[in-house]
Design a protein around this ligand. Structure first.
Ligand SMILES: NC(=O)c1ccc[n+]([C@@H]2O[C@H](COP(=O)([O-])OP(=O)(O)OC[C@H]3O[C@@H](n4cnc5c(N)ncnc54)[C@H](OP(=O)(O)O)[C@@H]3O)[C@@H](O)[C@H]2O)c1
Length: 291
């Protein structure tokens, strides 16, 4: 069943920094905000609904989406997964995988990867239920860091989680997994125009012309691929300093709110690896290398 209810954002791992800034920015844009974390927010940050959840338990995530559906009367159009669990590794990082400490690894994977992947699955289910007429975007944003590209001592466990989620997001975007679902008119109009133009041209031409013309239409299609606007979009967002280094504890709620709002409102799939600098926006740091 499709839903044309209110525009809704769900923030999983909503805390006093990025979560609170997102709640404020998105509610100012008319979104109903649902936040989820273990502790209820102290101040009213603009969230219409707070759902208690422990993301070390991925099987509780579908229930969060169900509560949003029931209590806010619609499907989520924007999902931000912001939760993270970080504990420095033991001196011997592989001792993490010894039977007595493997639970730490499992909990970290649950928060940094498995619950994020379950959220991705639930988000796509919700996006499919949104009516085509609903102007809410269908955007999933994961708050990441540099660990999907660089190794940092003491962060094997943390990096394994962030990297798993980054891989899933990159996989969905690079392979255009959902591109065939709900192609927006923005890109489909030029395609159908070219298709019918060449179809009618073919009616008056020889069979030999067909392969050339249809090939031209297909070439045109692939040339316009960069402006392909899938109706579901996925991002791994990573705030950096202007020199490309990690922002660490200086991670900015307002900067994330500004960038995530931009991503939620734009029609095209931007770079899945959305590295950005406070006050400057997206910046490509590819030269810093990747795994
Ligand atoms: N780009 C960078 O270099 C960089 C630097 C720093 C941080 N970050 C990323 O930014 C994000 C967090 O930033 P922030 O400043 O918004 O942190 P924050 O204010 O601490 O918010 C994160 C929230 O996640 C919730 N959370 C943690 N574990 C949870 C669990 N098991 N179940 C449910 N909720 C849980 C916490 O709420 P409860 O404790 O109430 O559950 C917390 O309030 C993380 O993804 C982190 O990796 C990136």
């Amino acid at each position: 069943m499709t839903s044309s209810g209110p525009k809704i954002i769900l923030i999983l791992g909503a805390g006093p920094n990025i979560g609170a800034a997102l709640a404020k920015a998105f509610s100012a844009k008319g979104y109903q905000v649902a936040s989820a974390s273990r502790t209820p927010p102290k101040n009213n940050d603009g969230a219409a609904l707070h759902i208690p959840v422990d993301l070390t338990k991925p099987d509780t995530v579908p229930g969060v989406f169900e509560r949003v559906r029931k209590e806010l009367g619609g499907e989520v159009g924007v999902v931000v997964y912001n939760a993270a669990m970080f504990k420095p590794d033991p001196a011997d990082p592989l001792s993490l995988f010894a039977p007595e400490s493997i639970q730490t690894y499992h909990d970290s994977q649950s928060v940094n990867a498995t619950s994020a992947l379950v959220s991705l699955h639930e988000a796509v289910k919700s996006f499919r239920n949104l009516a085509a007429s609903n102007d809410a975007s269908k955007t999933f944003i994961f708050t990441g860091n540099m660990l999907n590209l660089k190794t940092l001592k003491g962060m094997l466990n943390f990096g394994l989680g962030k990297t798993s989620t980054a891989y899933a997001i990159r996989y969905l975007v690079e392979n255009k997994i959902y591109a065939a679902e709900g192609v927006s008119t923005y890109t489909s109009i030029p395609f159908f125009f070219f298709f019918f133009f060449f179809f009618f041209l073919f009616s008056f031409s020889s069979l030999g012309s067909l392969s050339i013309l249809s090939e031209a239409a297909l070439n045109k299609r692939s040339q316009t691929d960069h402006s392909y606007a899938p109706d579901k979009r996925f991002y791994y967002a990573d705030e950096r300093n202007a020199d490309g280094l990690p922002v660490g504890n200086a991670v900015s709620g307002p900067a994330a709110a500004e960038e995530y709002l931009k991503l939620a409102e734009q029609e095209e799939q931007g770079p899945w690896l959305y590295t950005f600098v406070k006050g400057e926006g997206y910046k490509d740091f590819e030269t810093h290398g990747r795994l």
